[in-house]
Design a protein around this ligand. Structure first.
Ligand code: FPP
Length: 254
């Protein structure tokens, strides 16, 4: 009874908890898309089949991100460590951006999506770079969702590059050592123009960051699911968004 008289103590109804609030949608969601290989293995298929299914799921996830008005969706598609995989798999993964864009770019353009990437772009094979550069050029004026693909991305490498750039700037007299702060480091990361992720999702039951956005995720909310990436559905994505809305983000305050 007392609870009903004190609105701020009132328990949330299950409906309130289940409905996504449009005013608290995370602006930037980052996803570690894991489990393509296991998805394929479970079906007696080669790993490539899992990656292909995972690629098609990217389009579905972009649609859901757009539906809820996310501003940035960063997807971990290939890490600096993924070069260690067998060459045929690496070659296949390097072909995926081309396949993805040749299939879905017209729809992405229609949906006002802008393609960006993070990672060491110059070290990608020429055909991968060409397909992505074309997509970037064709979508540069779009002002809807930023689909930010992490390709040949490694967070430690990114930090080392940022530190090197900062040291060079000091040597060139741009800053003094005392002037170096968090903003200087952030400004020299691939993500300098993006807000830090509000929510980071990882599929496939693994609970680690695997060298993804280490600096940028200092205050990010994490959400893990056992679902393998090709099975990561709209309903699961919405569950992650709902759980995010029920978190209390304090950024170190009270
Ligand atoms: C990790 O799962 C996944 C990858 C290394 C590749 C992820 C790539 C995609 C989902 C498609 C990319 C799409 C675009 C648009 C570029 P895994 O293969 O290591 O799975 P496992 O842990 O079950 O073996």
């Amino acid at each position: 009874m007392l609870i009903n008289k004190l609105p701020f103590l009132k328990k949330k109804s299950s409906e309130e908890i289940r409905t996504l609030k449009p005013d608290n949608i995370p602006e930037h969601v980052a996803i570690i898309m894991d489990g393509n290989g296991r998805w394929a293995k479970k079906r007696g298929l080669p790993r490539f089949a899992g990656h292909k299914e995972g690629m098609d799921n990217v389009k579905k996830v972009v649609k859901t991100a757009n539906k809820h008005g996310l501003k940035v969706l960063t997807l971990y598609a290939f890490s600096t460590e993924n070069w260690k995989r067998p060459k045929p798999e690496v070659d296949y993964l390097m072909k995926l951006p081309m396949d993805f864009l040749s299939t879905y770019l017209p729809e992405l353009i229609e949906e006002n999506v802008q393609i960006q990437t993070i990672g060491e772009f110059d070290l990608l094979p020429d055909h991968t770079k060409k397909a992505i550069q074309e997509a970037k050029d064709k979508t540069v004026k779009n002002n809807g969702l930023i689909l930010n693909i992490a390709l040949n991305y490694g967070s430690r490498y990114e930090l080392v590059q940022s530190i090197k750039k900062t040291v060079t700037d000091i040597q060139n007299g741009k800053y003094s050592v005392e002037e170096i702060d968090e903003n200087v480091i952030s400004d020299n990361l691939y993500t300098s123009h993006l807000k830090d992720p509000d929510l980071l999702i990882r599929t496939s039951g693994e609970i680690r960051l695997s060298n993804f956005l280490l600096w940028q995720s200092a205050y990010t909310e994490f959400w893990f699911t056992d679902a393998l990436w090709p099975d990561f559905s709209e309903a699961l994505f919405e569950q992650a968004l709902l759980d995010y809305q029920n978190r209390k983000r304090r950024f170190g305050g009270i």
